[in-house]
Ligand binder design. Structure first.
Ligand SMILES: *Cc1c(COP(=O)(O)O)cnc(C)c1O
Length: 395
């Protein structure tokens, strides 16, 4: 059994805060603080340029990728780190399109995160392809024989709705298309198994449930059947077969390493590598079971004590990731009042109160405090206070 009391202790959770926003930015693992300090003191300061070899900075994107691989059902050598998730979406989508040369249609859903849709729109525009966006429930029926790529985010960032990755991937393959999965709200939150699903490409970020810190690098996975055929499109020198030959002509590296672009963010990778230590003794089955316990308890508690909100997430845990959202017409002000009371979730327009439950450090006490806090604020109406209606730049 995974020791979740021990994993909780691995994080710095500020006094007086109940943190339910790890689906946006995970808290700081204590080890990450020390690791970055050590990296600065022993590696950057003392080794200078030799750190690329001596401290292994150059191979870090692949080594850290191997640690992520276990959490998403991928094999060693199949995942590489770097850049932002938006860039990895671009790379995976453009590579997938190039593997289906006779076809030009990308299918996604309206619950997908805007950045993924923007990247797809830009690519469709520049390549003369077509992006079709349908409602999440309509995806299966919209997989037609002209499709090149099915591009979905497994867990919806607003509702927590979880797509059936196995069934939709199989359906895409039957139609002759490839399946690209964004795991931004899945990796570290649910039991992902890309190999079992037989997906083609996957991407994700590491600052949410993987707690790599603000701006932590993204990951990309290519199924081994495509790894040596996929064209990176965004061809950078670090994805070259021999970067230090400084050959003027591009020749892709073997396997997923061709998806590297430029110089890796070494300091951020050190923080992420330390954050991944926490996962070494975590079973994904235990993680999933605990996520269901926490989200079920939260839904039951809120529905029993907050008549003014409506559930905006699937009730069936099999259809849900590790977050729960509720709608309230004054959602923004209600969330600001909650945050002022030390219960940190977030708000998504137009009226969504969003709560992420990270099984690694959230527990049933957090659930109880959040339910009590929300019930009190809605009962007292203190969200009406003027100061809770002022909008910040980042929400
Ligand atoms: C969080 C998130 C992003 C953010 O992309 P960045 O490039 O890391 O800013 C993109 N897509 C999805 C599905 C997300 O949840």
């Amino acid at each position: 059994m995974t020791d979740f009391a021990a994993t909780r202790r691995a994080f710095h959770l500020p006094q007086g805060i109940t943190y339910l926003d790890g689906n946006s930015l995970g808290p700081m693992p204590v080890a990450a603080h020390d690791r970055v300090a050590r990296m600065m003191a022993d590696e950057w300061s003392e080794m200078l340029i030799t750190g690329w070899n001596k401290a292994g900075w150059y191979v870090q994107p692949r080594k850290v990728g191997d640690r992520i691989a276990r959490l998403i059902g991928a094999g060693p050598g199949q995942v590489v780190m770097g850049d932002t998730l938006s860039i990895k979406v671009f790379q995976a989508l453009s590579a997938a399109l190039a593997l289906r040369p006779g076809r030009r249609v990308i299918l996604s859903d309206s619950g997908n995160f805007p950045s993924d849709l923007y990247v797809a729109q830009g690519l469709a525009h520049s390549l003369g392809a077509e992006l079709r966006v349908v409602a999440p429930e309509a995806v299966k029926a919209a997989i037609t024989d002209d499709l090149a790529v099915l591009m979905l985010t497994e867990v919806d960032y607003r509702t927590g709705r979880r797509h059936d990755m196995d069934a939709l991937t199989a359906r895409a393959h039957d139609a002759g298309a490839l399946a690209l999965w964004d795991l931004a709200h899945s990796a570290g939150a649910v039991d992902v198994d890309l190999t079992a699903a037989d997906a083609d490409f996957a991407v994700g970020c590491t600052y949410k449930y993987l707690n790599g810190g603000p701006g932590a690098p993204a990951f990309i996975w290519t199924h081994p059947r495509h790894a040596d055929a996929a064209q990176p499109i965004l061809q950078g020198w670090m994805g070259h077969d021999a970067p230090f030959a400084f050959d003027p002509d591009y020749r892709p590296a073997a396997g997923v390493e061709r998806m590297r672009v430029g110089t890796p963010p070494v300091i951020a990778l050190a923080a992420l590598d330390a954050a991944l230590d926490v996962w070494d003794d975590v079973s994904l089955a235990d993680l999933r079971a605990r996520s269901i316990v926490l989200t079920q308890a939260f839904i039951a508690g809120v529905e029993a004590s907050c008549p003014d909100v409506t559930l905006n997430s699937p009730r069936d845990p099999a259809l849900r990731g590790s977050q729960v959202s509720f709608c309230h017409p004054q959602g923004y002000a209600v969330m600001q009042a909650l945050i002022a009371a030390g219960i940190v979730g977030d708000f998504r327009a137009p009226d969504v109160l969003r709560f992420g439950f990270a099984p690694l450090y959230n527990d049933l006490d957090d659930v109880e405090r959040a339910v009590d806090g929300l019930a009190r604020i809605l009962r007292d109406g203190n969200w009406n206070d003027e100061r809770f209606h002022q909008r910040a730049a980042v929400t």
